[in-house]
Design a protein around this ligand. Structure first.
Ligand code: NAD
Ligand code: AKB
Length: 314
Protein backbone atom coordinates (compact mmCIF):
# COMPACT_ATOMS: atom_id res chain seq x y z
CA UNK A 1 0.00 0.00 0.00
CA UNK A 2 1.44 3.36 -0.98
CA UNK A 3 0.49 6.62 0.67
CA UNK A 4 1.85 10.12 0.83
CA UNK A 5 2.33 11.59 4.30
CA UNK A 6 1.80 15.04 2.80
CA UNK A 7 -1.84 14.28 2.00
CA UNK A 8 -4.51 16.01 4.06
CA UNK A 9 -7.75 14.17 4.60
CA UNK A 10 -11.26 15.52 5.21
CA UNK A 11 -13.90 13.11 6.51
CA UNK A 12 -17.45 14.44 6.14
CA UNK A 13 -19.94 12.67 8.40
CA UNK A 14 -17.04 11.69 10.68
CA UNK A 15 -19.31 11.33 13.72
CA UNK A 16 -21.25 8.40 12.22
CA UNK A 17 -20.89 4.64 12.54
CA UNK A 18 -18.17 4.39 9.87
CA UNK A 19 -16.72 7.88 10.30
CA UNK A 20 -15.49 7.42 13.86
CA UNK A 21 -13.56 4.24 13.07
CA UNK A 22 -12.30 5.44 9.70
CA UNK A 23 -11.03 8.71 11.18
CA UNK A 24 -9.20 6.79 13.92
CA UNK A 25 -7.57 4.37 11.45
CA UNK A 26 -6.56 7.07 8.95
CA UNK A 27 -5.10 9.06 11.87
CA UNK A 28 -2.75 6.13 12.58
CA UNK A 29 -1.48 6.36 8.99
CA UNK A 30 -1.33 10.12 8.45
CA UNK A 31 -1.23 11.54 11.99
CA UNK A 32 -4.30 13.01 13.75
CA UNK A 33 -3.48 16.58 12.75
CA UNK A 34 -3.70 15.62 9.05
CA UNK A 35 -7.14 14.01 9.31
CA UNK A 36 -9.86 16.64 9.68
CA UNK A 37 -13.23 15.47 11.02
CA UNK A 38 -16.35 17.31 9.84
CA UNK A 39 -19.96 16.82 10.86
CA UNK A 40 -23.04 18.78 11.90
CA UNK A 41 -21.89 18.77 15.52
CA UNK A 42 -18.67 18.07 17.47
CA UNK A 43 -17.59 14.44 17.97
CA UNK A 44 -16.32 13.65 21.50
CA UNK A 45 -14.77 10.33 20.35
CA UNK A 46 -12.46 12.22 17.95
CA UNK A 47 -11.10 14.96 20.17
CA UNK A 48 -7.51 14.41 18.90
CA UNK A 49 -8.49 15.43 15.36
CA UNK A 50 -9.09 18.96 14.09
CA UNK A 51 -12.86 19.41 13.78
CA UNK A 52 -15.04 21.54 11.49
CA UNK A 53 -18.77 22.04 11.87
CA UNK A 54 -19.92 21.55 8.29
CA UNK A 55 -23.20 20.96 6.48
CA UNK A 56 -22.29 19.16 3.25
CA UNK A 57 -25.18 20.91 1.51
CA UNK A 58 -23.37 24.24 2.00
CA UNK A 59 -21.03 24.26 -1.00
CA UNK A 60 -19.25 27.50 -0.05
CA UNK A 61 -18.59 26.29 3.50
CA UNK A 62 -17.19 23.03 2.08
CA UNK A 63 -14.89 24.99 -0.26
CA UNK A 64 -13.66 27.14 2.66
CA UNK A 65 -12.86 24.08 4.80
CA UNK A 66 -10.99 22.44 1.90
CA UNK A 67 -8.89 25.59 1.34
CA UNK A 68 -8.34 26.31 5.06
CA UNK A 69 -6.79 22.86 5.63
CA UNK A 70 -5.27 22.36 2.13
CA UNK A 71 -7.29 19.17 1.80
CA UNK A 72 -6.23 16.66 -0.86
CA UNK A 73 -8.58 13.70 -0.20
CA UNK A 74 -12.25 13.77 0.82
CA UNK A 75 -14.16 10.83 2.30
CA UNK A 76 -17.86 11.67 2.00
CA UNK A 77 -19.87 9.66 4.55
CA UNK A 78 -22.77 12.01 5.27
CA UNK A 79 -26.04 10.43 4.08
CA UNK A 80 -29.47 9.27 5.17
CA UNK A 81 -29.55 5.45 5.27
CA UNK A 82 -32.25 3.03 4.14
CA UNK A 83 -34.71 3.20 7.06
CA UNK A 84 -34.48 6.93 7.79
CA UNK A 85 -34.42 7.58 4.04
CA UNK A 86 -37.82 5.93 3.55
CA UNK A 87 -39.23 8.12 6.32
CA UNK A 88 -37.92 11.31 4.75
CA UNK A 89 -37.56 10.48 1.05
CA UNK A 90 -37.19 13.93 -0.50
CA UNK A 91 -34.60 15.03 2.03
CA UNK A 92 -32.72 11.71 1.62
CA UNK A 93 -32.52 12.31 -2.13
CA UNK A 94 -31.35 15.91 -1.60
CA UNK A 95 -28.69 15.07 0.99
CA UNK A 96 -27.38 11.95 -0.73
CA UNK A 97 -27.17 13.49 -4.20
CA UNK A 98 -26.30 17.17 -3.61
CA UNK A 99 -23.65 16.24 -1.06
CA UNK A 100 -22.01 14.00 -3.66
CA UNK A 101 -22.17 16.66 -6.39
CA UNK A 102 -20.60 19.24 -4.08
CA UNK A 103 -17.60 16.97 -3.51
CA UNK A 104 -17.29 15.69 -7.10
CA UNK A 105 -17.34 19.29 -8.37
CA UNK A 106 -14.45 20.23 -6.09
CA UNK A 107 -12.47 17.33 -7.58
CA UNK A 108 -13.49 18.28 -11.12
CA UNK A 109 -12.17 21.80 -10.44
CA UNK A 110 -8.92 20.22 -9.11
CA UNK A 111 -9.23 21.60 -5.58
CA UNK A 112 -8.92 18.03 -4.28
CA UNK A 113 -7.25 15.03 -5.93
CA UNK A 114 -9.13 11.99 -4.61
CA UNK A 115 -12.67 11.18 -3.43
CA UNK A 116 -14.10 8.26 -1.48
CA UNK A 117 -17.88 7.85 -1.50
CA UNK A 118 -19.54 4.65 -0.23
CA UNK A 119 -22.30 2.84 -2.04
CA UNK A 120 -24.33 -0.03 -0.58
CA UNK A 121 -25.95 -3.41 -1.26
CA UNK A 122 -29.10 -1.23 -1.39
CA UNK A 123 -28.32 -0.60 -5.09
CA UNK A 124 -29.84 -4.03 -5.72
CA UNK A 125 -33.59 -4.61 -5.70
CA UNK A 126 -36.32 -7.22 -5.76
CA UNK A 127 -35.56 -8.28 -9.36
CA UNK A 128 -31.87 -8.92 -8.62
CA UNK A 129 -30.80 -12.58 -8.15
CA UNK A 130 -30.58 -12.71 -4.34
CA UNK A 131 -28.03 -15.45 -3.75
CA UNK A 132 -24.38 -14.86 -4.69
CA UNK A 133 -25.32 -11.57 -6.34
CA UNK A 134 -22.59 -10.70 -8.85
CA UNK A 135 -21.06 -7.30 -9.61
CA UNK A 136 -23.03 -6.90 -12.83
CA UNK A 137 -26.69 -7.87 -12.68
CA UNK A 138 -30.22 -6.48 -12.71
CA UNK A 139 -30.37 -3.40 -10.47
CA UNK A 140 -33.80 -1.96 -9.75
CA UNK A 141 -33.58 -0.62 -6.18
CA UNK A 142 -36.91 -0.05 -4.43
CA UNK A 143 -35.82 2.37 -1.67
CA UNK A 144 -34.99 6.05 -2.06
CA UNK A 145 -31.66 5.26 -0.41
CA UNK A 146 -30.95 2.54 -2.98
CA UNK A 147 -32.01 4.78 -5.86
CA UNK A 148 -29.66 7.51 -4.59
CA UNK A 149 -26.77 5.03 -4.31
CA UNK A 150 -27.44 3.63 -7.78
CA UNK A 151 -27.58 7.15 -9.26
CA UNK A 152 -24.49 8.11 -7.25
CA UNK A 153 -22.54 5.20 -8.73
CA UNK A 154 -23.42 6.29 -12.25
CA UNK A 155 -22.42 9.91 -11.48
CA UNK A 156 -19.07 8.82 -10.00
CA UNK A 157 -18.38 6.84 -13.16
CA UNK A 158 -19.40 9.82 -15.30
CA UNK A 159 -17.14 12.27 -13.43
CA UNK A 160 -14.27 9.80 -13.83
CA UNK A 161 -14.75 9.34 -17.58
CA UNK A 162 -15.63 12.95 -18.36
CA UNK A 163 -13.24 14.87 -16.06
CA UNK A 164 -10.74 12.27 -14.82
CA UNK A 165 -11.98 12.57 -11.22
CA UNK A 166 -10.23 9.91 -9.10
CA UNK A 167 -13.28 8.66 -7.22
CA UNK A 168 -13.44 5.22 -5.58
CA UNK A 169 -16.34 3.39 -4.03
CA UNK A 170 -17.47 0.17 -2.32
CA UNK A 171 -20.92 -1.38 -2.02
CA UNK A 172 -20.75 -2.03 1.72
CA UNK A 173 -22.94 -4.75 3.20
CA UNK A 174 -24.41 -4.16 6.70
CA UNK A 175 -21.53 -3.13 8.98
CA UNK A 176 -21.04 -4.38 12.53
CA UNK A 177 -18.62 -2.76 14.94
CA UNK A 178 -18.30 -2.12 18.67
CA UNK A 179 -16.79 1.37 18.64
CA UNK A 180 -19.75 3.32 17.21
CA UNK A 181 -23.52 3.13 16.89
CA UNK A 182 -25.39 2.58 13.61
CA UNK A 183 -27.43 5.46 12.20
CA UNK A 184 -30.78 4.40 10.72
CA UNK A 185 -30.25 1.37 8.48
CA UNK A 186 -32.05 -1.93 7.93
CA UNK A 187 -29.01 -3.95 9.05
CA UNK A 188 -28.72 -2.07 12.39
CA UNK A 189 -30.28 -5.01 14.27
CA UNK A 190 -26.99 -6.89 13.94
CA UNK A 191 -25.32 -4.26 16.15
CA UNK A 192 -28.21 -3.68 18.58
CA UNK A 193 -28.45 -7.41 19.30
CA UNK A 194 -25.01 -7.44 20.97
CA UNK A 195 -25.77 -4.49 23.24
CA UNK A 196 -29.07 -6.07 24.32
CA UNK A 197 -27.53 -9.53 24.74
CA UNK A 198 -25.03 -8.10 27.21
CA UNK A 199 -27.44 -5.72 28.93
CA UNK A 200 -30.72 -7.67 29.21
CA UNK A 201 -30.00 -11.10 27.65
CA UNK A 202 -32.98 -10.64 25.38
CA UNK A 203 -33.59 -8.92 22.03
CA UNK A 204 -36.69 -8.17 19.96
CA UNK A 205 -35.61 -8.18 16.32
CA UNK A 206 -37.29 -5.95 13.73
CA UNK A 207 -36.53 -8.50 10.97
CA UNK A 208 -37.92 -12.04 10.80
CA UNK A 209 -35.78 -14.96 11.91
CA UNK A 210 -34.82 -16.28 8.45
CA UNK A 211 -33.94 -12.96 6.79
CA UNK A 212 -30.44 -13.51 5.42
CA UNK A 213 -28.41 -10.39 4.55
CA UNK A 214 -24.79 -9.69 3.58
CA UNK A 215 -22.88 -8.31 6.58
CA UNK A 216 -19.29 -7.45 7.51
CA UNK A 217 -17.18 -6.66 10.57
CA UNK A 218 -16.35 -2.93 10.65
CA UNK A 219 -12.63 -3.73 10.89
CA UNK A 220 -12.81 -5.48 7.49
CA UNK A 221 -14.82 -2.59 6.00
CA UNK A 222 -12.34 0.04 7.20
CA UNK A 223 -9.44 -2.01 5.86
CA UNK A 224 -11.20 -2.36 2.49
CA UNK A 225 -11.78 1.40 2.39
CA UNK A 226 -8.14 2.18 3.13
CA UNK A 227 -6.93 -0.49 0.67
CA UNK A 228 -9.04 0.73 -2.26
CA UNK A 229 -8.06 4.34 -1.59
CA UNK A 230 -4.36 3.47 -1.57
CA UNK A 231 -4.35 1.06 -4.53
CA UNK A 232 -2.66 2.28 -7.72
CA UNK A 233 -5.19 4.16 -9.88
CA UNK A 234 -4.70 1.74 -12.79
CA UNK A 235 -5.93 -1.16 -10.59
CA UNK A 236 -9.28 0.52 -10.00
CA UNK A 237 -11.14 -0.73 -13.05
CA UNK A 238 -14.63 -0.05 -11.65
CA UNK A 239 -15.45 3.61 -11.05
CA UNK A 240 -19.07 2.99 -10.05
CA UNK A 241 -18.62 0.83 -6.93
CA UNK A 242 -17.18 -2.60 -6.12
CA UNK A 243 -19.20 -5.42 -4.54
CA UNK A 244 -17.66 -6.30 -1.17
CA UNK A 245 -18.52 -9.62 0.46
CA UNK A 246 -18.05 -10.56 4.10
CA UNK A 247 -20.49 -12.87 5.86
CA UNK A 248 -24.12 -13.77 5.25
CA UNK A 249 -26.40 -14.71 8.15
CA UNK A 250 -29.96 -14.53 9.46
CA UNK A 251 -31.12 -13.14 12.85
CA UNK A 252 -31.65 -16.75 14.00
CA UNK A 253 -28.09 -17.69 13.05
CA UNK A 254 -26.45 -14.74 14.81
CA UNK A 255 -28.64 -15.37 17.88
CA UNK A 256 -27.50 -19.03 17.96
CA UNK A 257 -23.87 -17.91 17.76
CA UNK A 258 -24.41 -15.44 20.64
CA UNK A 259 -25.99 -18.25 22.69
CA UNK A 260 -22.68 -20.14 22.50
CA UNK A 261 -21.29 -17.32 24.71
CA UNK A 262 -24.46 -16.33 26.60
CA UNK A 263 -26.55 -19.55 26.87
CA UNK A 264 -29.61 -17.85 28.39
CA UNK A 265 -29.84 -15.17 25.66
CA UNK A 266 -33.25 -15.18 23.94
CA UNK A 267 -34.49 -13.51 20.77
CA UNK A 268 -38.04 -12.73 19.59
CA UNK A 269 -39.19 -11.35 16.25
CA UNK A 270 -41.46 -8.41 15.48
CA UNK A 271 -40.86 -7.43 11.83
CA UNK A 272 -41.65 -3.80 10.93
CA UNK A 273 -41.35 -1.71 7.73
CA UNK A 274 -37.65 -2.62 7.49
CA UNK A 275 -38.59 -6.22 6.63
CA UNK A 276 -39.74 -5.17 3.15
CA UNK A 277 -36.45 -3.36 2.60
CA UNK A 278 -34.45 -6.42 3.69
CA UNK A 279 -36.57 -8.66 1.43
CA UNK A 280 -35.55 -6.56 -1.57
CA UNK A 281 -31.80 -6.93 -0.93
CA UNK A 282 -29.38 -9.77 -1.73
CA UNK A 283 -28.88 -12.57 0.79
CA UNK A 284 -25.24 -13.00 -0.17
CA UNK A 285 -22.95 -11.32 -2.68
CA UNK A 286 -19.85 -12.12 -4.73
CA UNK A 287 -16.81 -9.84 -4.89
CA UNK A 288 -14.48 -11.40 -7.50
CA UNK A 289 -13.70 -8.01 -9.06
CA UNK A 290 -12.47 -6.50 -5.78
CA UNK A 291 -10.35 -9.61 -5.17
CA UNK A 292 -8.85 -9.53 -8.67
CA UNK A 293 -8.30 -5.78 -9.04
CA UNK A 294 -6.90 -4.78 -5.64
CA UNK A 295 -6.46 -8.08 -3.75
CA UNK A 296 -9.39 -7.70 -1.39
CA UNK A 297 -10.17 -10.45 1.10
CA UNK A 298 -12.34 -10.34 4.24
CA UNK A 299 -10.99 -11.82 7.50
CA UNK A 300 -13.99 -12.25 9.81
CA UNK A 301 -16.48 -15.12 9.73
CA UNK A 302 -19.63 -15.29 11.87
CA UNK A 303 -18.01 -16.99 14.85
CA UNK A 304 -14.97 -14.68 15.00
CA UNK A 305 -17.22 -11.62 14.53
CA UNK A 306 -19.52 -12.61 17.41
CA UNK A 307 -16.60 -13.45 19.71
CA UNK A 308 -14.90 -10.15 18.89
CA UNK A 309 -18.06 -8.06 19.42
CA UNK A 310 -18.94 -9.66 22.75
CA UNK A 311 -15.39 -9.46 24.05
CA UNK A 312 -15.00 -5.78 23.22
CA UNK A 313 -18.47 -4.65 24.31
CA UNK A 314 -18.26 -6.56 27.59
P1 NAD B 1 -24.32 7.35 9.96
O1 NAD B 1 -25.74 7.72 9.81
O2 NAD B 1 -23.90 6.56 11.15
O3 NAD B 1 -23.41 8.66 9.92
C1 NAD B 1 -23.64 9.72 9.02
C2 NAD B 1 -23.01 10.96 9.60
O4 NAD B 1 -23.25 12.03 8.68
C3 NAD B 1 -23.65 11.38 10.95
O5 NAD B 1 -22.64 11.60 11.91
C4 NAD B 1 -24.39 12.66 10.62
O6 NAD B 1 -24.40 13.61 11.66
C5 NAD B 1 -23.59 13.18 9.43
N1 NAD B 1 -24.38 14.07 8.58
C6 NAD B 1 -25.71 13.97 8.28
N2 NAD B 1 -26.08 15.00 7.52
C7 NAD B 1 -24.99 15.77 7.33
C8 NAD B 1 -24.76 16.97 6.63
N3 NAD B 1 -25.75 17.63 6.00
N4 NAD B 1 -23.51 17.48 6.63
C9 NAD B 1 -22.52 16.85 7.30
N5 NAD B 1 -22.68 15.72 8.00
C10 NAD B 1 -23.90 15.18 8.01
O7 NAD B 1 -23.90 6.61 8.62
P2 NAD B 1 -22.78 5.49 8.41
O8 NAD B 1 -23.39 4.18 8.75
O9 NAD B 1 -21.52 5.89 9.06
O10 NAD B 1 -22.66 5.51 6.83
C11 NAD B 1 -21.73 6.34 6.17
C12 NAD B 1 -21.86 6.10 4.68
O11 NAD B 1 -21.66 4.70 4.40
C13 NAD B 1 -23.24 6.44 4.10
O12 NAD B 1 -23.08 6.95 2.79
C14 NAD B 1 -23.92 5.11 4.03
O13 NAD B 1 -24.88 5.08 3.02
C15 NAD B 1 -22.77 4.19 3.70
N6 NAD B 1 -23.04 2.80 4.08
C16 NAD B 1 -23.12 2.45 5.40
C17 NAD B 1 -23.39 1.13 5.75
C18 NAD B 1 -23.48 0.70 7.19
O14 NAD B 1 -23.84 -0.47 7.45
N7 NAD B 1 -23.16 1.56 8.16
C19 NAD B 1 -23.59 0.17 4.74
C20 NAD B 1 -23.57 0.59 3.42
C21 NAD B 1 -23.25 1.90 3.08
C1 AKB C 1 -28.62 0.16 5.73
O1 AKB C 1 -29.10 -0.84 6.30
O2 AKB C 1 -29.27 1.10 5.27
C2 AKB C 1 -27.12 0.19 5.56
C3 AKB C 1 -26.74 -0.35 4.23
C4 AKB C 1 -26.59 -1.80 4.03
O3 AKB C 1 -26.58 0.41 3.31
N1 AKB C 1 -26.51 -0.52 6.64
Amino acid sequence: MTYNKEDKILIIGAGGQIGIELTQELSLLYGSSNVIAADLKPIPALDNNPFETLDILDKDALFNVVKKHSISHVYLLAALLSATGEQNPMFAWKLNMEGLFNVLDLAKEKHISKVYWPSSIAVFGPTTPRIDTPQYTVMEPSTVYGISKQAGERWCEWYFHKFGVDVRSLRYPGLIGWKSAPGGGTTDYAVHIFHQALKTKTYECFLSENTALPMMHMEDAIRATIEIMHAPAENIKIRGAYNLAGISFTPAQIAAEIQKHIPDFTISYKPDFRQAIANSWPQSILDHEAKNDWNWSAKYNLSSLVANMLQNLA
